[in-house]
Ligand binder design. Structure first.
Ligand code: PEP
Ligand code: MG
Length: 324
């Protein structure tokens, strides 16, 4: 199979009935760049900027960040790179900025942390804009958004950064911006927010954790965590519907994107951009090239009507077996 998968690198992920699905890479480390390209990633769907922050000894300067971001953007020249602003807190601690909280999953993390530290955020935005200049396809992604004002505050900082850099003589463009859909309250707000956003990307890891109120890193309850829980799938269907109605570009960048059983459902719900760790791309591409979007739609409909995560998984696994 390995050799066979290797031959797929230059082929598109197109279903047997002609639906094109874009497969992008999740990265955070410069070391991921060449495996991404080698596996045929069509861009970076999630660049986790906390990684360069985590391996640094202190908050990296604007120039340091710019240099790192530019390496990613230039490696993917002509392709989109979705850079997420710093998403620390929760399960992503920064060694030089400890946050002590009783309930970190519900605490000071993602955009909440960034907006409370606006000079740090401003430095990061400026570094991203400078790295992209007017040459690269930068898109900015906001983590853990749950409130309208978070989007508005970010947009206003983005405008300030653009103004500053233009005044300083930099040639820059205003990048498209969007949010991670991972805090459940975001789902009901999508129509309200649509005019402010250029795209949305489902963070299925956090979204499942918050919908199920289950910490998958806690061994006592991890067995009950399954992103194929019917409630998760039904919420994904709602998100896809909101995206369609509001003409919002939709992608998914959590672990589900690399779970073959889940990918059948995602394709069936009409999700046409998936981002995953690069090594998973060939296998998912192979699967998508073996299935029709129409079959996926019917399978998704059946899965959504089921009562248990395990029955959904069994059902989809059986389907995968029939496809080898
Ligand atoms: C997610 O929550 O699904 C996601 C992609 O982001 P992270 O895993 O970095 O929290
Ligand atoms: Mg997340």
């Amino acid at each position: 199979l390995q050799g066979e998968l290797g031959e797929l690198v230059d082929l598109p992920a197109t279903t047997t009935d002609g639906q094109r699905i874009r497969l992008l890479a999740n990265t955070g480390l410069l070391a991921d760049i060449s495996p991404g390209i080698a596996n045929g990633a069509e861009g970076v769907g999630l660049y986790r900027t906390e990684m360069p922050f985590m391996i640094s000894e202190t908050f990296p300067s604007e120039d340091d960040q710019e240099a790192i971001y530019r390496q990613v953007l230039s490696a993917y020249h002509g392709k989109p790179v979705y850079m997420r602003i710093l998403d620390i807190g929760g399960d992503k601690p920064l060694p030089y900025f400890p946050i002590e909280e009783e309930n970190p999953a519900l605490g000071w993390r993602g955009i909440r942390f960034c907006l409370d530290n606006s000079s740090l955020l401003m430095t990061q935005i400026r570094a991203m804009l400078r790295a992209a200049g007017d040459a690269y396809d930068l898109r900015i992604l906001l983590p853990m958004v749950g409130n309208t004002w978070e989007i508005d505050s970010f947009r206003s900082l983005l405008s300030d950064a653009i103004q500053q850099l233009s005044d300083e003589g930099f040639a820059i463009r205003r990048p498209p911006m969007g949010i991670m859909v991972e805090v459940p309250s975001a789902i009901s707000m999508l129509s309200t927010w649509a005019s402010r956003l250029d795209f949305i990307s489902i963070g299925s890891n956090d979204l499942s954790q918050y919908l199920l109120a289950l910490d998958r890193n806690n061994p006592r309850v991890a067995a009950a965590y399954d992103h194929l829980h019917p409630a998760v799938l039904r919420e994904l269907a709602r998100i896809a519907e909101h995206a369609r109605q509001n003409e919002l570009a939709l992608s998914l960048c959590g672990e589900m994107a690399s779970d073959p059983a889940a990918v059948i459902v995602l394709a069936g719900l009409g999700i046409r951009t998936l981002s995953m760790s690069a090594s998973k791309i060939p296998r998912i591409k192979w699967l998508l090239r073996s299935i029709s979007a129409r079959d996926a739609e019917q399978l998704a409909e059946k899965a959504l009507a089921m009562e248990h995560a395990f029955s959904i998984r069994d059902f989809l696994q059986a389907e995968l077996r029939t496809r080898g």
